[in-house]
Design a protein around this ligand. Structure first.
Ligand code: 5AD
Length: 464
């Protein structure tokens, strides 16, 4: 049977989509290739959110076409995901070595299309059409295919975005918001927990809009209490989903990403105080600290409203970890606007922030706005904001030293595989000297040292 190698760019949704495609192919008898050099099929799952991500994937495909094809002429090459969706046929016109372009609503057709191409029945396939019900197809997990047992898992609860922030390409690459049903999601989560998963991250482009535009069909057998659940309360559908997932016995931790700040109504804030398994961590993408820029971005909240959400969250869950995304150099951003972002960062005291230099995206309103900010200024603002974020982060991380905290051990540390790594409930990574048998355990560790956005636990104090 053919072997496949999948390389993933971008967000956790992309990681999850790649995993589901890999699981689908394994179920059809494919094997997973250890490297692209020996694979029969190479798929790049792409990101479009910034131009840099697109250029990286295009450059990678050019290299593969030049190197791998030379030694392995029969190799099948494909793009899937967001850039495949937004560029379609154009990718094959530009890179004639590419055989398959698979859009974001078509992942579940990967195996059939590859079979056709490998059997020589079809030459090139481009499929980027919209497909009803596709949100419910990202369901297979690779847990059994993994040599190691997975402790954490991602579950896709919805696809698409209707927010139309003026800088963002996602509504065009991921389409309209479509949500899976609560019973369908709960059934998948139950299955994962029965396989040993302890922590589930509910995923979507904008999870706080979950269910706002109706639900897809439930295609899995429903659990008893899921069937009886009738959404009659005033809670948003997303909080109803959290309640339903929270009832699963054996599930220790629930996370979700990415929410929109304006989705933090009182019901969601109270959920943090009410649901013990919902972790004390919130990723709240603020994007800017200036009301003028927030309006141009079409974010739907003001600086004051954002600060109010943060205050309420900290009241509901005092030790909550709060992270954010910030764009610097949005069109028209003045020095004064940028300083308001700096001051907001200081006021909130984010645990961490992902900072992005504004990148013009095709077909988005901001790409046409006046006052595009020169790269030099975007870089300089990026640098200044990063210094502020690092300084705040350092203080926040240092404050953990000497504290005891609970971690869920996920496996070997990425940076140093000889050590183990886990996460606190507030989503900070803790590295410690442990052994394979700690994987999947909830451990109390004492923090002895803080590095750059990493904590270190003392092995002597780990409960053995
Ligand atoms: N330029 C720079 N950053 C962007 N993001 C989204 N679109 C753009 C863009 N055009 C950032 C936002 C978002 C994160 C995932 O990527 O901060 O929250």
């Amino acid at each position: 049977m053919p072997s496949v190698f999948i390389k993933t760019y971008g967000c956790q949704m992309n990681e999850r989509d790649s995993e589901a495609v890999a699981a689908q192919l394994v179920a059809k008898g494919y094997t997973l290739a250890p490297s692209e050099a020996v694979a029969d099929v190479i798929l790049l799952n792409t990101c479009s959110v910034r131009d840099f991500a697109e250029q990286k994937a295009i450059g990678k495909m050019q290299n593969i076409a030049a190197d791998v094809r030379k030694h392995h002429p029969e190799v099948v090459l494909g793009f899937m995901g967001c850039m495949a969706q937004s560029r379609g046929q154009e990718l094959i016109d530009r890179l004639p070595d590419v055989d398959l372009v698979l859009g974001t609503q078509k992942f579940h057709h990967a195996a059939n299309y590859l079979d056709e191409i490998l059997a020589g029945r079809r030459d090139k396939i481009v499929d980027v059409a919209a497909e009803q019900g596709s949100e419910a197809t990202i369901r297979e997990h690779l847990l059994n295919g993994n040599a190691q047992k997975s402790v954490t898992a991602f579950v896709s609860i919805m696809q698409g975005c209707n927010q139309y922030c003026t800088f963002c390409i996602v509504p065009y690459t991921r389409g309209e918001e479509r949500s899976r049903s609560i019973p369908d999601i709960v059934a998948e989560c139950r299955q994962l927990v029965s396989q040993g998963v302890k922590e589930i991250t509910l995923l979507g482009q904008i999870v706080t809009s979950y269910g706002k535009r109706g639900f897809g069909r439930a295609e899995l057998p429903l659990g008893q209490d899921a069937q009886q659940r009738v959404p009659t309360t005033k809670k948003t559908s997303f909080v109803q989903l959290l309640d339903a997932v929270h009832e699963i016995d054996g599930l220790e931790r629930i996370r979700f990403t990415a929410p929109h700040p304006k989705g933090y109504g009182d019901d969601l804030i109270q959920a943090y105080a009410r649901l013990p398994q919902l972790v004390g961590s919130a990723h709240l993408p603020v994007q800017s600290g200036s009301d003028r820029v927030l309006k141009l971005m079409h974010r739907g909240y003001t600086r004051e409203r954002f600060l109010g959400i943060v205050r309420k969250l900290r009241r509901a869950k005092p030790d909550i970890g709060i992270t954010t995304d910030i764009i610097v150099g949005f069109p028209g951003e003045t020095e004064d606007d940028f300083e308001q972002t700096l001051s907001l960062a200081r006021e909130v005291q984010f645990d961490n922030a992902y900072i992005f230099k504004y990148s013009q995206r095709r077909d988005t309103p901001a790409a046409e706005m006046p006052g595009q900010v020169p790269l030099k200024i975007r870089e300089e603002r990026n640098h200044r904001l990063l210094e502020t974020i690092n300084e705040i982060g350092k203080r926040k991380y240092d404050a953990f030293v000497g504290q005891r905290t609970q971690i869920l051990v996920e496996g070997p540390s990425k940076k140093n595989p000889a050590r183990l790594a886990g996460r606190t409930r507030c989503n900070k990574i803790v590295v410690f000297d442990g052994s394979e048998r700690h994987r999947g355990q909830l451990l109390d560790v004492k923090i002895t040292r803080a590095g750059s956005f990493t904590l270190y636990g003392d092995p002597a104090i780990v409960n053995l």
